[in-house]
Design a protein around this ligand. Structure first.
Ligand code: NAD
Ligand code: TYD
Length: 352
């Protein structure tokens, strides 16, 4: 088996669903705290799959993690669990410190103890895969080269600082204890089952509900967009073939300014679900106050994973964004489930 943490969140759940599509896949123990971002509805199709064991719990709960490791003897851990939203980290950083730093520390310690007790062959094969972000590298000037794996860490938000800290812990556990880790730092993901606090799903849902499409500042901030299915295939590749102690940057080769991302979504919706009044969804675009400390540009140089492990993304932004918009139109029941009172409270807090 493998132990996946945060497997009820956006990327973790896509990873679980993707993994279990393979008929001969190893089983998954899915440990997730079910914060506001965790959603069992995303995992409904594998609810009765005997290869999927869901456990509600915290990565920082050492007794629980030790028990799961002892009982199920996984050959790898893939750590997705985190607080992941920059804007929430600005309003309240404490959860980010607790889960992303202290939680990762506790998970590492439990995993190291378990690994220490394994037989030689299992010990050699064991992997701890830490999923991280390009945001740890800070912000790029418009013409600067994209982030490669040796770029200095310069995190600017409470979120990215907490992820940077976790990356450093993972690195230190390799160098100090020989604990077998790999780390991946990826760009902005998008795709099915994305919680609509993040730009792309927020804009799709606000658009079809005829609400304003909020663009922070001048909308010229640049992100690299990675389709979530491509991220899952990259993680599988690194888990299978990545060199121990290494980090791999994962990106989609899709640098886009936010305003252009939003205009693309509007254009697709204009075709797929035209507004009753014949106007474009782009008329709903509204410029709002900028995010404090807003990073101007992220860009990923993903040549290392391509060169060493032969991975490349399958989707372009055009193909990925069309699939994503269509998915939100096709899945109103999932959407209804996440647009709860708590979600509306968040929108009031952030956008009022
Ligand atoms: P998400 O917020 O959608 O999901 C996080 C999941 O972790 C949720 O299911 C939540 O319940 C769970 N969780 C939170 N705290 C926990 C704890 N203490 N113990 C156990 N489970 C806990 O996040 P995501 O977008 O799926 O991101 C997954 C990982 O990928 C994170 O580590 C994030 O930093 C990283 N990442 C995300 C992106 C992106 O664009 N979404 C980009 C780069 C890196
Ligand atoms: P987001 O999806 O929150 O991801 P991240 O902050 O991790 O990159 O935001 C993506 C970009 O979109 C970022 O530059 C902030 C911007 N943004 C808006 O302009 N409006 C919004 O309502 C949101 C949520 C984000």
């Amino acid at each position: 088996m493998i132990l996946v943490t945060g497997g009820a969140g956006f990327i973790g759940a896509n990873f679980v669903l993707d993994w279990l599509k393979e008929p001969n896949a190893e089983g998954i123990i899915n440990l997730d705290k079910l914060t506001y971002a965790g959603n069992l509805a995303t995992l409904a199709s594998v609810k009765n799959d005997p290869r999927h064991l869901f456990v509600q719990g915290d990565i920082g709960d050492r007794a629980l993690v030790a028990k799961l490791l002892k009982e199920h003897q996984p050959r790898a851990i893939v750590n997705f669990a985190a607080e992941s939203h920059v804007d929430r980290s600005i309003h309240g950083p404490a959860d980010f410190i607790n889960t992303n730093i202290v939680g990762t520390f506790n998970l590492l310690e439990c995993a190291r103890e378990y690994w220490n007790g394994l037989q030689a062959a299992q010990k050699t094969n064991f992997r701890f895969h830490h999923v991280s972000t390009d945001e740890v590298y800070g912000s790029l000037l418009p013409t600067a080269p994209a982030f490669n794996e040796t770029h200095p860490y310069e995190p600017n938000s409470p979120y990215s600082a907490s992820k940077a800290a976790s990356d450093h812990l993972v690195r230190a556990w390799f160098h100090t204890y020989g604990f077998p880790v790999v780390t991946t730092n990826c760009s902005n993901n998008y795709g099915p089952y994305h919680f609509p606090e993040k730009l792309i799903p927020l804009v799709i849902l606000n658009a079809i509900n005829l609400k304003p499409l909020p663009i922070y500042g001048d909308g010229q901030q640049v992100r690299d967009w990675l389709y979530v299915g491509d991220h899952c295939s990259a993680i599988r590749t690194v888990l299978a073939k990545g060199r121990l102690g290494e980090t791999y940057n994962i990106g989609g080769w899709n640098e886009k300014a936010n305003i252009d991302v939003v205009k693309s979504i509007c254009q697709i919706l204009d075709e797929l679900k035209p507004r009753a009044d014949g106007q474009s969804y782009a008329t709903q675009i509204t410029f709002v106050n900028d995010r404090p400390g807003h990073d101007r540009r992220y860009a990923i140089d993903a040549r290392k994973i391509e060169r060493e492990l032969g991975w490349r993304p399958a989707e372009t932004f055009d193909t990925g964004i069309k699939k994503t918009v269509q998915w939100y139109l096709d899945n109103p029941i999932w959407v209804e489930g996440v647009v709860s009172g708590a979600y509306r409270d968040w929108l009031d807090k952030q956008y009022s």
